[in-house]
Design a protein around this ligand. Structure first.
Ligand SMILES: C[S@@+](CC[C@H](N)C(=O)[O-])C[C@H]1O[C@@H](n2cnc3c(N)ncnc32)[C@H](O)[C@@H]1O
Length: 401
């Protein structure tokens, strides 16, 4: 199936079911779709927090009542992409992976292996976009012997990267550059092969525009943080997405990022406690105010969870400048917060079915934009999702460079 046909199918499906994936269980006590699908709502609401946790990474496999099962089949079909395998990188010199956490290094070796194998023409110069210390570009340049340009805003990272490149005798220039500035164009030529691992929203949208404007030869991009864009609404790049049925807000763009990274048990417990207490606060403030609406809570509430549930909720009330009558029992309110967390997480599994399809819709917009601009494009996964949920890779090459 062509990329355009695939995009059209996804667009229609996401648009048709937007009421299911736009509804947010965390901020609403009941969701509009529950009245249409009471059996599914009841089934999800009676499950435990541990049940939700077990299904979080693979909601498509949950044996939930209709329409969940049919949507799960479509979700899997519409978001299917090849899982590319990289030849294992062995006997690499230590400075290539110095100071890099294990999982990050594995992402880099998978990315480099897949990009080198997947791009047809040999690179003549690598450009690492938002390079950090330039670990990815350095690995590619070290393996292939090409020169490397690293573009990075943070001078400390650039300097640390330059020292590593020198140690390995890689012909690298680490330039301190704001890639969003118009002057960034000075750093690119049509002979360049650009790589970007986990460049956030606007940073990789600008990358795509620069690649096309400069007719650069090749691109390997793994996008991330789609919601970090300047505008309140997503501005599509391709002509297909510009006339799409689906209109995507910045808030929608956070849906693909909802898959939480596999955290340690302690970290998970802390995260869950903070969420359960926020939901306890939500129940308290709705009841005490007599107003059935959600009040947003700061990502780092003053005082944190160390002050206990009562202190936590009181500090959130103070944050909203509310003087609320105290609940009869904080213990009971906390229990209700935990119950609600279990319900929220299970109801969110329905949204979870749309997480990957929306991400693939966004990836296809990027791919179609490049295709319309004369590039041959391939899409796939560069590593297993256990290494990072942001494992999509777009490979593009100018057709007649
Ligand atoms: C998520 S990190 C990715 C770094 C590296 N590619 C990696 O995977 O480790 C994003 C990088 O972009 C850099 N950055 C953010 N805004 C930038 C800008 N406007 N111009 C250049 N670099 C920027 C940050 O300093 C950071 O090093």
């Amino acid at each position: 199936m062509s990329l355009a046909a695939r995009f059209a199918e996804l667009d229609q499906w996401l648009h048709q079911h937007q009421a299911l994936w736009r509804a947010k269980p965390f901020t609403q006590l009941s969701l509009a779709w529950e009245a249409d699908w009471p059996e599914l709502a009841h089934w999800l609401r009676q499950r435990s927090l541990a049940d939700a946790e077990a299904a979080h990474h693979r909601p498509q496999q949950l044996p939930a009542p209709e329409p969940f099962a049919s949507l799960a089949v479509e979700s899997a079909r519409l978001s299917q992409l090849p899982r590319w395998q990289a030849a294992s990188a062995e006997h690499l010199p230590e400075p290539l992976y110095r100071h890099i956490p294990g999982r990050k290094w594995q992402q880099i070796t998978h990315f480099a292996g897949v990009a080198s194998a997947g791009l047809q023409m040999p690179a003549t110069r690598w450009v690492d976009w938002c390079a950090g210390k330039g670990h990815l570009g350095r690995l590619l340049a070290w393996q292939g012997g090409q020169p490397l340009i690293c573009l990075e805003r943070d001078d400390t990272l650039s300097q640390a990267g330059a020292a590593l490149s020198q140690t390995l005798a890689v012909a690298a220039q680490h330039r301190q550059v704001d890639v969003l500035a118009p002057s960034c164009v000075e750093h690119l030529t049509c002979g360049d092969s650009l790589v970007a691992l986990h460049a956030c929203g606007q940073l990789h949208m600008t990358l795509l525009q620069q690649v096309v404007a400069n007719q650069c030869r090749q691109l390997a991009l793994s996008p991330c943080c789609y919601n970090r864009i300047a505008s309140a609404h997503y501005q599509p790049l391709s002509s297909a997405a510009k006339v799409a049925q689906l209109q995507v807000s910045r808030d929608d763009l956070s849906l693909p990022l909802q898959e939480t990274v596999t955290a340690g048990q302690r970290e998970r417990q802390q995260r869950d406690r903070s969420m359960a207490w926020r939901l306890a606060f939500d129940l308290w403030q709705r009841e005490a105010r007599g107003v059935d609406s959600y009040l947003p809570t700061p990502s780092k509430p003053p005082g944190g969870t160390a002050q206990g549930v009562a202190g936590f909720c009181r500090s959130l009330a103070a944050y909203h400048q509310l003087q609320l009558a105290e609940p009869n029992s904080w213990t009971q309110l906390e229990q209700r917060g935990w119950q609600r967390l279990a319900q929220v997480r299970n109801l969110e599994l329905l949204r979870g079915l749309f997480r990957r399809p929306l991400e693939v819709w966004l990836l296809l917009d990027r791919a179609l934009y490049l295709q319309e601009s004369g590039y041959q494009v391939q899409l796939g996964e560069f590593c297993p999702s256990s290494l990072t949920p942001r494992n999509l890779l777009l490979l593009a090459e100018k057709q007649n460079p």
